[in-house]
Ligand binder design. Structure first.
Ligand code: FMN
Length: 378
């Protein structure tokens, strides 16, 4: 099992849908989060992409120099980038980071935003373009020369001269729930991602993508993107969840739901259907809470509970085939620590951090100027 975190390049705060508790998000803050991710034993972090985000490639390139181990999940955008340019950016980042790049393939689900960036194709045509893009990108990034003539791309002797560290190229991760997205994922990518739907729905999607991949003689692994609200007790966790939306008013929910309704993303629509804009019945499956999706697009659900319960719910996802969790929590710096402290000791993580020998921590603070604090018996 591996757990990644999230760099909030579109803002951060203590409460959703309000400036109350909002914080100034800038490079120093992202650097603190990245260094926490790096030290705490997360595999890496997702940097989102889109017009409400700072540019993920530029931010990742600066953060990489302040970190040692963490991997950066950064988007390539079919239709907005040339596959050759995207392959070159990936190779440069892969080399300067020592092989720490993960690629998120984002086709996009908001026609209004995409039109603003000059892309005017329908949902399924964007995925046809993605198919062509990934065919070319994989050739070029894999060190081959690409000659390709399709409906959208016409490439003559596309290549990179400086190779990737990771072979044949940095792994391709991908989130897209529509039928055509699943076909493209099965054909090209390494890790299929879903937003945090209830286990039964996730199991159905995994079965479908697996079937499609098998037909191509391929195997994929699977990841899920969720928020997590973990506290020492169940009641503290649920109080924290309710606190997160305490200042959200109905107008903010209405406005958000209207904006997401214009999207043609099947994944976004599946997220919306989990709550339909209503504050009632937000626990949509045991310990899975849809409150965040009332005002946030994309990842809209959180696992809520005490550490044993949350790790048990994660294990339920693991049992149906999920081996990667991309988590976040508000505010992202403090919650990274909380997740690592409360949850990591209970998880079968691939890469638990080794405690550096010169450090005694974690130990808390010296008591009475002479003693180490006592460990509580569980
Ligand atoms: N879309 C974005 O515009 N920016 C992102 O950063 C982004 N990250 C995603 C992360 C995950 C884990 C998932 C599951 C999806 C993400 N998406 C993002 C959306 C998808 O890439 C895709 O464009 C969208 O879901 C539309 O495809 P669909 O109709 O097949 O669901």
């Amino acid at each position: 099992m591996q757990v990644l975190w999230f760099i909030p390049t579109h803002g951060d705060g203590r409460y959703l849908g309000t400036a109350t508790g909002g914080r100034s998000v800038n490079f120093d803050y992202w650097r603190q989060i990245a260094q926490a991710v790096d030290q705490l034993g997360f595999t890496g972090a997702l940097l989102p992409t889109g017009r409400s985000c700072e540019d993920a490639w530029i931010l990742a390139s600066t953060l990489v120099t302040y970190t040692k181990k963490m991997r950066f999940l950064v988007a390539i955008r079919p239709g907005l980038m040339s596959p050759g340019v995207a392959a070159r950016m990936a190779a440069t980042f892969d080399r300067i980071s020592g092989g720490r790049l993960l690629i998120n393939v984002v086709t996009g689900g908001d026609p209004v935003e995409l039109a603003g960036d000059g892309l005017h194709l329908s949902h399924d045509d964007r995925y046809q373009l993605t198919d062509e893009f990934l065919t070319v990108w994989r050739e070029i990034a894999g060190g081959k020369i690409s000659n390709f003539e399709g409906d959208y791309l016409n490439i003559k002797e596309g290549k990179i001269l400086f190779p990737n560290i990771q072979k044949p190229h940095p792994p391709l991760w991908f989130g897209g729930s529509s039928p055509i997205a699943q076909v493209i994922a099965a054909k090209h990518v390494d890790v299929y991602l879903t937003w945090g739907e209830p286990p039964q729905q996730v199991a159905e999607k995994i079965a479908s993508v697996r079937r499609l991949a098998q037909a191509q003689g391929r195997t994929l692994s699977f990841g899920i993107r969720l928020h997590v609200i973990v506290r020492e007790t169940e009641s503290q966790a649920w109080d924290a969840a309710n606190d997160l939306i305490r200042y959200v008013d109905d107008e903010a929910i209405k406005k958000s739901q209207q904006a997401y309704a214009r999207m043609d993303s099947v994944g976004q629509n599946r997220m919306k259907e989990l709550h339909n804009g209503s504050r009632e019945a937000l626990e949509i499956s045991p310990n899975l809470w849809a409150g965040i999706g009332l005002v946030r697009g994309g990842a809209g659900t959180a696992l809520v509970g005490d550490p044993d319960t949350v790790s048990k719910r994660m294990q339920e996802y693991a049992d149906i085939g999920i081996d990667t969790f991309i988590f976040s929590g508000y505010p992202h710096l403090e919650e990274a620590y909380r997740v690592a402290e409360l949850l990591f000791p209970r998880l079968p993580l691939d890469n638990l951090p080794t405690i550096e020998p010169q450090l005694l921590s974690p130990f808390g603070e010296i008591v009475a100027n002479r003693e180490f604090p006592q460990q509580l018996q569980e």
